[in-house]
Design a protein around this ligand. Structure first.
Ligand code: FES
Length: 316
């Protein structure tokens, strides 16, 4: 299976804020692109390195281009450094189809959109969808300072009654997340993307509002294997069984036995390794599946998730 079937040409490349570039991608032959929904991302294979994920920020009804924005990560493993320093207008990038692990519930009437730093990218697509569908929305956007606030000019032109900009240097600290949650109306859902401390603070203060809180993380915290036990995985289609050791993931055990399966992030963030469960109860550790999907236990991310019992049967 080709995980990166779209060859897309860079048709716009512009500085958006300090250490943030806007990249616009179009089909090389000018054809319409596959549709996407607000919150979706593209997986891009960058310079022969591991694939990277970037949220689409343009309006989801647009079919002629995809837009992403890339912040230069100080600890870049190569992805953002390449896109900042070597990518040129007219270059071609191998991209996946759009995937969405951060979808908006489109049946709501009221949305509180919260972005921290480069987390503004999926939130912008959501905001544009809300505008196009006449929804009641508001935006809270936090950045260290104005110079680092990507899309500052775009956001400034929006209805100031709906947009709250929070700059840490001017406000003298981080956003009061508990205070923000207290302003949430009963029928309002909060969608947030940003750095881990901001999302952790929202989750910690959510209480009974947790079911109306939807978040997307950039990175997963390093997984702890402390206290994990080994278990058996039976592969139903090939009728093979293999042992997953306590410090090993299912993906690693499969690779150890020469079985190659698609993967990307290896951190439970991207969905590339999702595998159907035929029997057994998964111990879900990913950051993608909803609580309802986890409770159903029909699939799991084999890069991080394990078995709650002695064994799992997988559709492999
Ligand atoms: S490889 Fe990304 S979720 Fe498993």
């Amino acid at each position: 299976m080709d995980l990166h079937p779209l060859d897309l040409r860079v048709t716009r490349y512009a500085a958006e804020a300090k250490d943030v570039v806007l990249i616009e991608l179009r089909a090389a032959d000018g054809r319409a692109l596959p549709p996407f929904s607000a919150g979706a991302h593209l997986e891009i294979r960058v310079a022969g390195d591991l694939p990277r994920h970037y949220s689409l920020l343009n309006a989801p009804h647009e079919r002629d281009c995809y837009q992403i924005a890339v912040g230069l990560a100080p600890d870049s493993r190569g992805g953002s450094r390449f896109l900042h320093q070597q990518l040129r207008l007219g270059d071609t990038l191998a991209c996946s189809l759009p995937r969405n692990h951060f979808p908006l519930d489109e049946h709501l009437q009221r949305y509180c959109l919260v972005a921290g730093g480069i987390g503004i990218t999926p939130i912008l697509a959501m905001l544009r969808w809300c505008q196009a569908h006449d929804k009641d929305w508001r935006l809270v956007y936090c950045a260290r300072n104005r110079q680092r606030a990507a899309f500052y000019e775009t956001l400034r032109e929006l209805d100031p009654a709906r947009v709250h900009l929070h700059f840490n240097d001017e406000a003298g600290g981080h956003l009061d997340t508990a205070g923000l949650l207290d302003t949430l109306r009963d029928d309002e859902h909060l969608y947030a993307c940003g750095p881990a401390p901001m999302l952790d603070a929202l989750q910690a203060a959510a209480g009974p509002r947790a079911e109306r809180l939807h978040i997307e993380r950039f990175n997963a915290a390093p997984a702890s294997t402390e206290g994990d036990s080994g278990f058996t995985v039976h592969l139903s289609r090939s009728d093979r069984s293999l042992w997953v050791a306590p410090q090993q993931t299912i993906l690693e055990a499969l690779e150890h036995h020469g079985i190659e399966l698609p993967f990307s992030c290896r951190a439970g963030l991207c969905g590339s390794c999702e595998t159907r469960v035929c029997a057994g109860v998964p111990d879900h550790r990913d950051l993608i599946l909803s609580d309802a999907d986890k409770a159903e236990g029909r699939s799991l991310m084999i890069c991080v998730s394990r078995a709650l019992g002695d064994s799992l049967v997988l559709d492999l």
